[in-house]
Write a protein that binds this ligand. Structure first.
Ligand code: GCW
Length: 668
């Protein structure tokens, strides 16, 4: 039968190379799990299932090694001198004819088992194997924007995986497969519900449902978290206020958290969107984000849970620069948060645009652990129709230099705690999963879930490495087809940017956040207008954020300002983020702004044809169903890329009053 994508990167297909298969069989006589815990049990079960697929053998699980050779051995060596991160690390070594997976924790053994399987699925030798790895970030989690009615905000792969109606009685087998996929990447937390949270999740009825999912996650070392509605004490608890300094409100949250821990002893904590896009929060009572977060943190004191407070805030002020808002509200609160709080910051200052400069908050809150929020779901990246490999987006931000402690103060070092000594470190990704059989709608979007997970474990992996690994595990191990797919993936983001938002252009968001209507105002808020984000006028295009404009650049260190202060020296991908540039201004490429824009929009749209060619060249290495699925989506992408190109050109022409340059075909 064809491949429907359900098994993701955990396919465990028979090893074709016979000598390789014989080699793996040498280590497939037994699996020794002397630990015999829930989590190591999951590891043993996974290895059994995988070896059955890879080498066609049912491998017994035994307790003790007892002098046996030729098996896989779990070795748990608790070590209280290790830091929490090192505890989760693992080592895989060949020791006297056995493959030993060693870790200080059960979770580490599970990660080691998955790493061993990755090693085998990519055809590597086990003789003398010595692989060691430790995560760089402590909380590695997915954020689901899933609603209780089964819809997913910004979800493009069907409806929610969580079947609230059937819970807690029926446990969908898919919960376990979800947990396996995440654990295989080292993800150890999941926030089940939307940050635009329903108070319902704090009800007894839902806590019991959540507990049933948490029980599945626990077996894979994943802790369950919930997003909370800040006004729940009022709307659910019947109090007259949700003021975080009110003793009754504080007592309500403490009791609520206690109730949750009675059902879910390893509950992870709360994620909070407050005073953001109309959500309630402490500011409704004249209090600060810190007051709100600290109240919740206090409720977690008796437990090992955390509060993740989002920094995604901006006011409905058409004269303000939204770019500056999070910094303005949060930097003054640095040092005021309870140690149980992590402030979660989106990678860019606005909102998951195809390319943004890094958020100026990174590095500017040395006294507060800052977590990263990436968006895996393709809200602004063509939903499930466009192929956009996101690892380069994540890496671009992680590798950016904040200069807060001199050269080399990368965002990654802020996030992994090494720059400011944070021990509670976090990387979160807004999930792209849903009820579609293949989990992510677009088959290539599986790679984005994969890349996020791998980077949350080790942000030093490269986009190339991750793509290569994912292709081998998921699509094909044939080198030539693999190389074409990798080329397609690695260029896909730049191609998208070219036809969608070239040169640092921003666009107004419409209701669905993906429709080329750059002229349209939503009308709901005074800042959600036609030209607010891109500032097109008869003179030119782009948002002046220098001292002559909004002054947002001043939120960065001088070395960063230097990169972006002068329109003559600003790298073209960031140009219109920081400058209002005249239509006839000559750029470094020798073209005027107008010509360069047209050029990129056209080349971008045409490059989708190149992507189609790469995919066709890979066909011989691909399963027919996957081939056809992606080929169809690439056709949609081609059509929509032209649509974007033409919409931008026609719209911006109303300001520039210039024709499409010669050599580029006129828009139809
Ligand atoms: O830009 C917005 C998204 C919203 C999302 C919000 C956020 C969950 O369009 O759908 O709400 O970001 O991150 O809070």
């Amino acid at each position: 039968g064809g491949d429907d994508g359900y098994r993701l990167w955990l396919k465990y297909e028979p090893v074709k190379d016979l000598s390789r298969k014989a080699h793996y069989l040498k280590y497939s006589s037994f699996i020794s799990d002397a630990v015999h815990s829930e989590i190591t049990g999951s590891a043993a079960k996974e290895l059994q299932m995988a070896l059955n697929g890879l080498v066609g053998k049912s491998v017994p699980v035994v307790a003790k090694v007892a002098g046996r050779r030729g098996g896989i051995v779990f070795s748990l060596g608790p070590d209280s001198t290790l830091m929490p991160l090192q505890q989760e690390g693992y080592q895989i070594r060949e020791v006297s004819g056995n493959i030993v997976i060693r870790s200080a924790t059960e979770g580490g053994i599970l990660y080691g088992a998955f790493a061993l399987l990755r090693h085998m699925q990519t055809g590597q030798s086990l003789s003398g194997v010595n692989v060691k790895s430790t995560p760089k970030v402590r909380y590695r989690m997915l954020n689901h924007w899933d609603n209780p009615d089964g819809t997913i905000e910004r979800g493009y792969a069907g409806s929610s995986l969580w079947k609230w109606y059937e819970l807690p009685e029926r446990i969908d087998p898919r919960y376990e497969d979800y947990a396996r996929a995440n654990a295989s990447l080292g993800i150890n937390g999941t926030v089940l519900n939307n940050v635009n949270a329903s108070a319902r999740f704090m009800s007894r009825e839902y806590i019991v449902k959540v507990a049933a999912i948490a029980a599945v996650m626990r077996r894979y070392g994943i802790r369950t978290y919930l997003s909370v509605y800040f006004a729940a004490p009022k709307t659910l608890g019947g109090l007259t206020t949700s003021d975080p300094l009110d003793p009754k409100v504080r007592a309500w949250w403490s009791e609520k958290v206690a109730e949750i821990y009675r059902e879910i002893p390893d509950f992870g904590g709360f994620l909070v969107k407050a005073n953001s896009e109309g959500e309630p929060g402490p500011q409704d009572y004249g209090r600060t984000h810190a007051d709100g977060a600290n109240m919740l943190a206090e409720a977690f004191k008796p437990y090992d849970g955390i509060v993740i407070w989002r920094a995604f805030v901006y006011k409905a002020d058409p004269n303000a620069d939204r770019f500056k808002a999070a910094y303005e509200e949060f930097v003054p609160l640095d040092g005021k948060f309870d140690p149980r709080v992590i402030v979660q910051v989106k990678n860019g200052p606005i909102d998951f645009q195809p390319r943004e400069p890094f958020s100026p908050l990174f590095g500017n809150m040395p006294g507060t652990p800052l977590g990263m929020e990436f968006q895996i779901t393709q809200e602004y990246l063509g939903f499930a129709a466009h192929a956009v490999y996101e690892a380069p987006i994540f890496k671009e931000c992680l590798d950016a230099d904040t200069y807060v402690k001199g050269q080399g103060s990368t965002v990654a070092k802020v996030i992994d705690g090494s720059l400011h000594g944070y021990t509670r470190t976090l990387m979160a990704g807004v999930a792209n999963t849903g009820s579609d059989r293949n989990w992510t709608g677009h088959p290539l979007a599986q790679a984005n879930w994969y890349a996020f997970g791998r980077l949350s474990w080790d942000h030093q992996l490269t986009s190339e490495q991750i793509a290569n690994e994912w292709i081998q595990l998921t699509l094909t191990r044939q080198p030539k087809p693999g190389a074409h797919i990798q080329a397609l993936m690695l260029r896909s983001r730049e191609i998208y940017v070219d036809y969608n938002t070239p040169l640092g252009l921003s666009r107004p968001w419409m209701g669905v956040h993906f429709a080329p209507e750059p002229w349209q105002s939503r009308g709901a808020r005074p800042d959600w207008t036609a030209t607010y984000y891109h500032r097109a006028d008869s003179a030119g295009l782009g948002f002046d954020r220098t001292a002559n404009g909004s002054g947002a650049l001043a939120q960065y260190r001088p070395q960063v300002q230097q990169q972006w202060n002068d329109p003559e020296n600003t790298a073209l991908p960031y140009l219109l983020w920081f400058h209002h540039v005249g239509w006839d201004k000559k750029l470094g490429t020798g073209r005027t702004l107008w010509d360069e824009l047209c050029h990129r929009l056209y080349t971008g749209a045409d490059s989708v044809v190149w992507m189609q060619q790469q995919w066709d060249l890979a066909r011989t290495g691909l399963d027919n169903r996957i081939y056809a699925d992606v080929a169809g989506r690439l056709k949609v992408q081609r059509r929509e890329a032209i649509w974007w190109r033409d919409a931008w050109v026609l719209y911006l022409q109303t300001f520039s009053k210039q024709p499409v340059p010669k050599g580029l075909e006129p828009p139809r």
